[in-house]
Design a protein around this ligand. Structure first.
Ligand SMILES: Nc1ncnc2c1ncn2[C@@H]1O[C@H](COP(=O)(O)OP(=O)(O)O)[C@@H](O)[C@H]1O
Ligand SMILES: [Mg+2]
Length: 333
């Protein structure tokens, strides 16, 4: 498959701040890539460059075979974008909003109305079609925003944090919609701060931190970066650490780690659940009591932590992306 999105060495500075620091990215046609990273990592900046809204200081990019910098006009009709900053008019109805987008693409009145009806149906908004958007719930607005990005049937779609700020139910709903959408062959670049979202929706994940892609792979490939399954046992008495560690050696697939202060023994294993049962059996035979025992599988959060040295959540809390972005923009005006 040829790549529908190619970015090479993108650099974007805001004064002294380097928002993109030589970003490379490739998204094969018809696939979904998640750009996963904490608040401030450069996700929105990347999407804005790729969708012709922002000119980078260096680097090059092509989307759907079109050079982003050389031919932005030609590109605009081939992409759809939606995200954190929903571009819907509060006072227009759902269908009026979509019709307006159709007219912007020179689709003509009749075709625009038809397309609006189709999309409202597809996004389960038919019942609300004639209500002003200001009466919509957060989830409904996001679905409408997404529908707006699809009016011109673009082969490449950018979704910037599509579910940030939604309640869990609306989030699941939107995931379903996005899954249906990509089943139709659309190339999608999606940004997210959520590991589970990337895991669920994306074929490939590019981890972004400080304006650079620091790792790339499938969710499973990224998880193996931090090692496989491990058993974590906490013994009741520190005196038992030695004998327990000795007994668990035959089960270990790699080096056993001991955290004496916590009375914890961490055993890398290949077959997690079987090894867990065996470990409990062995320690019971030796009369070693356990305070706690569990099987740990690496999560994408573990991946993020081991790649960046900091947890994604550390940077996510407080403020929220939209607020920070708007403040930054307001100041620069
Ligand atoms: N218009 C702007 N003016 C100044 N700084 C900005 C502007 N837009 C973004 N930034 C900064 O660039 C960095 C990357 O921002 P952004 O791409 O919005 O990250 P993300 O979308 O991953 O949260 C952040 O440090 C942000 O504060
Ligand atoms: Mg953002």
């Amino acid at each position: 498959m040829p790549d529908a999105i190619v970015a090479e060495g993108l650099v974007k500075r805001y004064g002294a701040l380097v928002a993109l620091d030589g970003l490379d990215l490739r998204v094969p046609q018809g696939s979904v890539t998640a750009l996963l990273g904490p608040n401030g990592a450069g996700k929105t900046t990347t999407v804005r460059v790729l969708s012709t809204l922002l000119i980078p200081d260096a680097g090059r990019a092509t989307v759907a075979g079109i050079d982003v910098l050389r031919d932005p006009r030609a590109l605009r009709s081939r992409i759809g974008a939606s995200g954190q900053y929903a571009a819907v008019d509060e006072y227009l109805t759902g269908s009026e909003n979509l019709e307006m987008v159709g007219r912007l693409y020179h689709m003509g009145v009749r075709r625009s109305k038809e397309r609006a009806r189709e999309l409202l149906e597809r996004f389960r908004l038919s019942d609300a079609a004639d209500r002003p958007v200001r009466t919509y719930s957060g989830g409904m607005r996001r679905r409408l925003d997404l529908a707006g990005a699809l009016v011109a049937n673009p082969p490449v779609l950018f979704l910037d944090e599509p579910t940030t700020g939604l309640d869990p139910r609306a989030r699941l709903d939107l995931w379903d919609v996005i899954e249906e959408l990509v089943a139709g062959g659309t190339t999608l670049l999606l940004t997210t701060q959520y590991m589970d979202e990337a895991d669920r929706l994306a074929d490939a994940i590019a981890v972004i931190d400080h304006g650079r892609v620091i790792a790339r792979g499938t969710a499973d490939e990224l998880k193996t970066l931090v090692g496989g399954d491990r058993i974590e046992l906490t013994v009741d008495h520190a005196d038992n650490i030695g004998v327990a560690t000795q007994a668990l050696k035959s089960l270990a697939d790699g080096e056993i780690r001991v955290e004496p202060g916590l009375r914890r023994i961490i055993v890398p294993v290949s077959d997690g659940s079987q090894a867990l049962v065996a470990a409990i059996g062995k320690l019971a035979e030796l009369d070693v009591r356990l305070h706690d025992v569990g099987l740990r599988r690496p999560s994408l959060d573990d991946v993020f932590l081991s790649l960046t040295g900091h947890e994604a959540e550390e940077l996510v809390n407080g403020g929220g992306a939209a607020a920070e972005f708007e403040t930054a923009e307001g100041k620069s005006r």
